[in-house]
Design a protein around this ligand. Structure first.
Ligand code: FES
Length: 90
């Protein structure tokens, strides 16, 4: 099932449920960084969730999140309509 995704500052698009934010942003040319290669070992893919839901939070993500509204883009999967902002760590 396809869902509308809005990344602050970029044109909105449709993405299939079950795909990671990193995958779908890459395809759209949205510059989500992935310093560790998508293995939940950095925070360059981090996003702030403004609205909507994602796949359940994984324990591996928690070390890289400063606030409860953040997720790692390489781990969080599309589950429904979503509004996010890129929020990478340093
Ligand atoms: S790309 Fe490194 S944690 Fe997501």
């Amino acid at each position: 099932m396809m869902h509308p995704i809005e990344v602050e500052g970029y044109p909105s698009f449709m993405a299939a449920a079950g795909r990671t934010l990193l995958e779908v942003c890459d395809e759209q040319g949205i510059p989500m960084e992935s310093a560790c290669g998508g293995f939940a070992a950095c925070n360059s893919c981090r996003v702030k969730v403004l609205d909507g839901k994602l796949s359940p939070l994984l324990e591996e993500e928690t070390a890289f999140l400063d606030r409860p509204d953040q997720r790692l883009g390489c781990q969080a999967k599309v589950c429904g309509p979503l509004k996010i902002a890129l929020d990478p760590g340093i």
